[in-house]
Design a protein around this ligand. Structure first.
Ligand code: ADP
Ligand code: MG
Length: 705
């Protein structure tokens, strides 16, 4: 048994949070920082100096020797550069530990080593990290000792965003301004701030680390590039919500402790659909904090796995043939005084403000569905979206029975007069109390589903940052709010105008609402009739960033300039081509150096046995050996041919100069060549002696953790 730990005692112990600041900072400084955090005021250097000093003292008490600006460049992972607190030795030969306000608020990593999508060519290589004081600093303890990590935004010398954080903070400003504007129209004079709240549910796979280390494909690409299906997959549904095995439970316990210490409110954990697949969800938090915490969660899941002899796979599709991993982005808008703009109340048909918010969101999603799709695109996610897996690549909104009905009333008659109510759930068992059902069931197939008092965007990939989807969501909803406000602020009769506007939005954007089965082929047909997009690959999703309506929305609120968007598009194409290139090269490597030699050895063994048996007994039936030898040799030859083709294809790709053309080539030519190579190899795996096969099988990996 592990030692007893009281969660309340350890929660947030490594975070420079509000309680710590209140206790340690002089009153005046604490108040000033609060104004900065809550009202977006500027931080002066004098105040920053005091905060930096206290932060350093606190961190040193936790054992920290270094500090680091912790930021999220466009590589998909976090970046950090560690600096020790020590100053130059004094004449006495001793050093002091120091940390100034300037060091706290501004860092200067070399921007030239991070993706900039052409921004670098036109501007200086210099880049700055700037403290995001709305996300608390924390001390991270690991093998490297302890480090004070300061969440920061990362910009170029001329202020272009080079990271995920900067546009996210800008989009939060936009949604704040426009939400307040809308609330004021409804007579709310008291709310001071509206913040998007986000709760990302994280899926992941866990495999044994020793087995992982025998799979070069997992090591280099995060997913298996070869692998025959095991006799059993997920068809029995016996893993989902199943009892958690001891080894995994011990790992989860450790992950939770680590996250709680970092102030990440890890809450819900369970087994997922596929064998070896699990999920962890935190309690929702302010959008930018949630984005940071999701990064910490991914880092922690990986780091702690190593201590348990396990390996955490965050890739969207580590194994073909079983479910992949995604991330559900739960999103709502709440005021500083506790109002959730997405709460319909008991009788949504009477809640005019809610109906306006809801129909604005429908409008935003309908107009920007391609952009939403693009925000969830990453290379690994192409194996899920549009590939017969949850959810479909067509964006639609699930409202459920109750809201769907209210919307229909609005569309049909222009007024909504009633709301379907929840009923009693009768179990028929006396000892189980009956309880009220929700007015609405759930729909697991919808990419964007209303779930009670929030929307759940379910298209995200498991290893992707959740920043981009939230940047898009905040911005497009801000745009819809702004447009509604422009109409309503001019209206003579507010009641009448708001009613007309809700009806107009409901009618104009009803095509985006779909409550049925998103996996069905009928839906694909129906969606096409409705004119909804079905964008099957990342390469085709990327251009949405620079579509005129996207540029207009982003520029309207200063979230992205057109130049920044163009640079992001370049980076996305580059990431796509590079990722597929690495996968292709890994396949070439594994097939040449491991699989072909193993199969050759296997054929030699069979040939050997064949001649030995024949020598020993002329009449013996060697048809099995003969057949195996024929089949294996044929597959071997097929493998070699496919390998040569893939090599040629990959070389062709490497010779190209980048951009869309190269990405399209990798998708259409290189990926196809990869599939052609995989096929004979997976068939070989089924007939080659397991002892000779050079790597653990799917069965070994996902059933024997
Ligand atoms: P599910 O049944 O989909 O797992 P949960 O209630 O467990 O739903 O919530 C999933 C995630 O949604 C959690 O991270 C939770 O904190 C978050 N969440 C709950 N309410 C809200 C809200 N109002 N806004 C944003 N996220 C929320
Ligand atoms: Mg969910």
């Amino acid at each position: 048994m592990s030692e007893f730990i009281n969660v309340v005692d350890i929660f947030g112990e490594n975070v420079f949070n509000d309680t710590v600041m209140q206790a340690r900072l002089p009153k005046k400084v604490y108040r000033k920082l609060h104004e900065v955090i809550e009202e977006g005021q500027e931080l002066d250097l004098e105040t920053a100096d005091v905060i930096a000093h206290e932060m350093k003292e606190w961190a040193i008490e936790k054992g920290a020797t270094h500090y680091s600006h912790w930021f999220q460049p466009l590589t998909g992972v976090t970046a950090e550069k560690h600096d020790a607190f020590i100053t130059a030795p004094m004449s006495s030969g001793k050093v002091l530990m120091s940390f100034s306000g300037r060091e706290l608020i501004k860092g200067e990593p070399d921007a030239s080593s991070f993706p900039s999508g052409g921004l670098r060519a036109t501007f200086e290589a210099r880049g700055y990290t700037a403290w995001d004081c709305t996300s608390p600093a924390f001390v991270r303890q690991d093998a490297a000792g302890a480090t004070l990590c300061i969440p920061t935004a990362f910009c170029s010398y001329t202020g272009e965003a080079l990271d995920q954080k900067t546009p996210l903070l800008r989009s939060m400003e936009a949604i704040n301004d426009q939400s307040l504007r809308l609330l004021r129209l409804f007579g709310n004079t008291t709310s001071k701030r509206v913040t998007p709240q986000v709760g990302p549910e994280q899926e992941y796979f866990i495999v044994d680390r020793d087995k992982y280390l025998k799979r070069k494909d997992l090591i280099f690409t995060g997913r298996t590039l070869f692998g025959a299906m095991p006799p059993k997959g997920q068809e029995m549904d016996d893993h989902y919500f199943g009892a958690i095995r001891e080894r995994i439970a011990a790992y989860m316990h450790d992950v939770n402790l680590e996250l709680w210490r970092l102030g990440v409110s890890a809450k819900t954990q369970h087994n997922e659909v596929a064998p070896a697949q699990h999920e962890l969800a935190p309690i929702y938090a302010k959008c930018n904090v949630a984005v940071d915490h999701n990064q910490l969660m991914m880092e922690t899941l990986k780091k702690v796995a190593g201590r348990h002899g396990l390996q955490c796979l965050l890739h969207e599709k580590p194994f073909a043939g079983v479910n992949g991993s995604g991330k559900h982005n739960n999103w709502s808008l709440t005021t500083d005084d506790g109002i959730n703009l997405l709460d319909p109340g008991e009788t949504p048909h009477e809640n005019v403000q809610f109906l306006l918010v809801l129909t604005c969101i429908l409008k935003a999603i309908d107009r920007h569905s391609a952009l939403m799709r693009a925000s969830a695109a990453d290379v690994g996610n192409d194996h899920r979206l549009g590939a017969n897996e949850a959810p479909p690549a067509i964006l639609s909104v699930y409202l459920g029975d109750q809201l769907g009905d209210v919307l229909n009333q609005l569309i049909r008659t222009g007024v909504a007069t009633h709301s379907i109510e929840g009923e009693m759930l009768e179990t028929g068992v006396k000892s189980i109390p009956d309880f009220m059902k929700d007015a609405t069931d759930r729909n697991r197939t919808s990419p964007f589903a209303f779930t009670g008092n929030k929307f759940e965007f379910r298209m995200l990939g498991s290893q992707d940052s959740v920043a981009q989807p939230n940047v898009v969501l905040n911005t497009i909803v801000a745009e819809a709010f702004a447009e509604a406000c422009e109409v309503l602020e001019q209206a003579d009769d507010f009641e009448l105008a708001v009613h007309d506007l809700i009806k107009k939005y409901a009618v104009d954007h009803q095509r985006i609402v779909f409550n049925g089965n998103g996996y069905s082929d009928e839906w694909k047909e129906e969606a096409k009739r409705r004119g909804l997009l079905n964008i099957l690959s990342m390469v085709d999703a990327i251009p949405a960033y620079i579509a005129p309506e996207s540029v207009a929305a982003f520029e309207k609120f200063g979230v992205f300039t057109k130049t920044e968007l163009e640079s992001r598009v370049e980076i996305e194409y580059e990431i796509y081509a590079k990722t597929i290139n690495i996968e292709a090269r890994a396949m070439i490597n594994i097939a040449s150096k491991q699989i072909i030699p193993a199969a050759v050895r296997s054929t030699a063994e069979i040939a050997d046995s064949l001649s030995k048996v024949k020598n020993a007994c002329q009449e013996a039936d060697v048809s099995v050996q003969t057949e195996l030898l024929t089949e294996m040799s044929a597959l071997l030859a097929e493998t070699k041919r496919a390998l040569a083709k893939l090599w040629e294809a990959a070389d062709g790709g490497s010779a190209m100069s980048g951009g869309r053309e190269q990405a399209v080539y990798y998708r259409d030519v290189v990926k196809t060549a990869m599939d052609v190579l995989r096929s004979p190899v997976d068939r070989l795996e089924m007939i080659v002696d397991k002892e000779l096969w050079p790597m653990p099988s799917y069965g070994d990996l996902i059933f024997e953790v």
